[in-house]
Write a protein that binds this ligand. Structure first.
Ligand code: RP5
Length: 280
């Protein structure tokens, strides 16, 4: 594929080991409906380096996940879980050998709904275009089951590269067949502040981005929802839309807009539209 080298361009306030107020915004305040209430972790207690003897998070492992996932007791055999995009390597709980969330305490232990201990790898594909009919910058998004709009994406299957996953998920969730090209670039690779995250299992992703340029909607196929997506639509990009997106997807879309304002090849109308949204 023609994606540029790993860039990790999403502005990341979540420095591991220096867990500031922005750490685990979603993972401490949101949760899937089947999770028990999270143990309340204040901003200054997120960092594992801060002693917290009273910390007693509930342990949760979704019965549905356990049917499909490796035996949670087999932690030593789960080497695939140990490949993280986090640069500082994985820290293990000295007592249980379970991986510790690199961004600190989430108020929940166990694997929650996630299939693997430690990092669970996904890939996302952000497609943007400038709609010449409406004169608006748009992103191809899906409506997730939890009612939040999101960039199309999903879990990396065994044997898949992140780019293969991103293309597959885009096709499955939006019915838009799309292949990476020399115009596709890697927007982000790393940790995701996903509401499913726990102290011992968390999401990481690779986000690809391509801007399709100036497009009249009548020129192409309309998206239609597939797989687990409830809807698939080209959505006009606004601050309000960005703020409501799932997990870390607001950061991904903002990074995409920043890229459009900076890339020399961006059409002036799209550049202006991206700059306007970012300035609001
Ligand atoms: C997010 O969860 C990732 O960014 C990706 O969009 C998504 C993958 O999970 P599923 O859609 O497969 O549930 O953290």
């Amino acid at each position: 594929m023609g994606a540029s080298p790993t860039t990790n361009t999403v502005r990341n306030q979540h420095e591991p080991g220096n867990a500031g107020p922005a750490t685990h915004i979603k993972a401490r305040t949101e949760k899937p409906a089947d999770y028990p209430e999270r143990f309340s972790v204040t901003d200054n207690a997120v960092n594992w380096n801060i002693p917290y003897p009273e910390y007693a998070p509930p342990r949760y492992e979704s019965p549905r996940m356990l049917e499909r996932s490796p035996d949670p007791a087999d932690i030593h055999g789960l080497t695939r879980t140990m490949q993280s995009y986090e640069q500082r390597g994985l820290q293990l709980d000295g007592a249980t050998d379970e991986p510790l969330n690199p961004r600190g305490r989430t108020g929940m232990s166990g694997r929650g709904q996630l299939w693997l201990w430690g990092p669970n790898h996904a890939a996302d594909f952000l497609l943007t275009r400038f709609n010449t009919d409406t004169q608006q910058l748009e992103a191809l998004l899906i409506l997730r089951n939890n009612g939040q709009w999101a960039v199309p994406g999903g879990m990396v299957d065994a044997g898949e590269s992140p780019a293969m996953t991103a293309m597959r998920e885009l096709k499955e969730e939006t019915n838009i067949p799309f292949s990476t090209s020399s115009k596709t670039w890697e927007l982000y690779r790393g940790y995701v502040d996903d509401p499913r995250n726990t102290d011992n299992a968390w999401m990481e992703t690779v986000v690809l981005h391509e801007h399709l340029g100036n497009v009249s909607p009548s020129d192409g196929n309309a998206p239609s929802a597939g797989s687990d997506a409830r809807k698939a639509e080209w959505k006009p990009i606004s601050q309000e839309l960005i703020q409501g997106l799932y997990a870390s997807h607001p950061s991904f879309v903002r990074a995409g807009l920043e890229a459009l304002t900076e890339a020399p090849g961006t059409d002036p109308q799209a550049r202006q539209a991206a700059a306007t949204v970012l300035s609001l």
